[in-house]
Design a protein around this ligand. Structure first.
Ligand code: ZN
Length: 303
């Protein structure tokens, strides 16, 4: 059993922030390669209207393929009940719902107040309980560490919405540094507080590397007891607010950090790096980030 779960979000978070659409057969080959490296949770798509995100129009087909991969937790992002119904119909094991800790971001992103989002999540949980009780529901609190619209987000606001979500019946609640504003002291403080509020229902750390603190923030979250980490192969999904900077934490670098520390991820780094090839094949010319793939594994490295 690995010590931490690396939850690969590239096929969803990465691909939906790239304007081009990766052809379906390339997506499937990429997901196969990610799975072959030992990754055991992949956010493979989001269930949103195809006219809003044409990159995700093949979501049901991608899920159907991912379900054939042994031992893989197949996860999809859904913004509302309708998306949850489609994801559950497609057969996902787990759905993740983003909920903004910042009121301004919530209104801009989903045109809902935070209270209305909590109500939407209640309906999703009820639907899940009725038709597919085995499906897990995760809530990712976006803008938990700062918001590009309103700036500072009060820690009490983050804890408030986390408690609301726990009460609504979600299985896990994690914190997302959507805007790349977090620092390690803040991450340690907020996850420690989250853990004291909701205990083992604390979910993933979703960190961005926009300002270079992605790995430091993951380590701070680990120290605070987090054991699930979202990241994206090659940091796919450049941040529009910081040209030249990657958005998501780079999976290769994150796995290297943990493995080098003796924290087992279950991921083979050579095979993981090889998973860049199908990504490049599907999105030729897309910038790939990551320090480890540039430098290579150190001499004498053994996974
Ligand atoms: Zn992200």
């Amino acid at each position: 059993m690995p010590d931490v779960l690396i939850s690969e979000v590239g096929p969803r978070d990465g691909l939906q922030s790239v304007p081009r659409t990766m052809p379906t057969r390339d997506k499937l080959a990429w997901i196969d390669a990610l799975h072959a490296s030992g990754l055991r949770e992949i956010e493979v798509c989001s269930f949103v209207p195809a006219k809003l995100l044409p990159q995700m129009a093949d979501a049901a087909e991608v899920v159907a393929h991912a379900l054939t991969l042994p031992g893989l937790i197949v996860m999809a992002l859904v913004p509302n009940l309708r998306g949850a119904q489609a994801a559950i119909a497609a057969g996902v094991h787990k759905i993740t719902i983003p909920a903004s800790a910042s009121e301004a971001h919530s209104l801009a992103n989903v045109r809902k107040t935070r209270e209305a989002m909590v109500e939407e999540v209640r309906q999703i949980v009820k639907y899940r309980n009725d038709v597919a009780p085995h499906v897990k529901i995760e809530c990712g609190m976006s803008t938990a560490f700062g918001c590009t619209i309103q700036g500072e987000v009060k820690e009490d606001d983050v804890i408030w919405i986390a408690n609301e979500m726990a009460e609504a019946g979600v299985d896990e609640s994690g914190l997302s540094d959507t805007t790349g504003m977090a620092n390690p002291a803040q991450v340690r403080r907020l996850f420690t507080r989250l853990h004291s509020e909701i205990g083992d229902r604390m979910g993933a750390a979703h960190m961005h590397n926009t300002r270079g603190l992605g790995l430091a923030n993951c380590l701070a979250a680990y120290d605070a007891g987090v054991r699930t980490f979202d990241s994206s192969l090659a940091g796919l999904g450049g941040c529009p607010y910081a040209p030249g900077a990657s958005g998501n934490v780079v999976t290769e670098d994150l796995v290297f950090m943990f493995e080098a520390m003796g924290v087992r991820t279950g991921v083979d780094l050579d095979v993981l790096i090889a998973a860049r090839a199908p990504l490049m094949a599907g999105l030729p010319g897309e910038p790939l980030y990551g320090m480890l793939p540039e430098a290579g594994l150190p001499k004498g490295w053994r996974s």
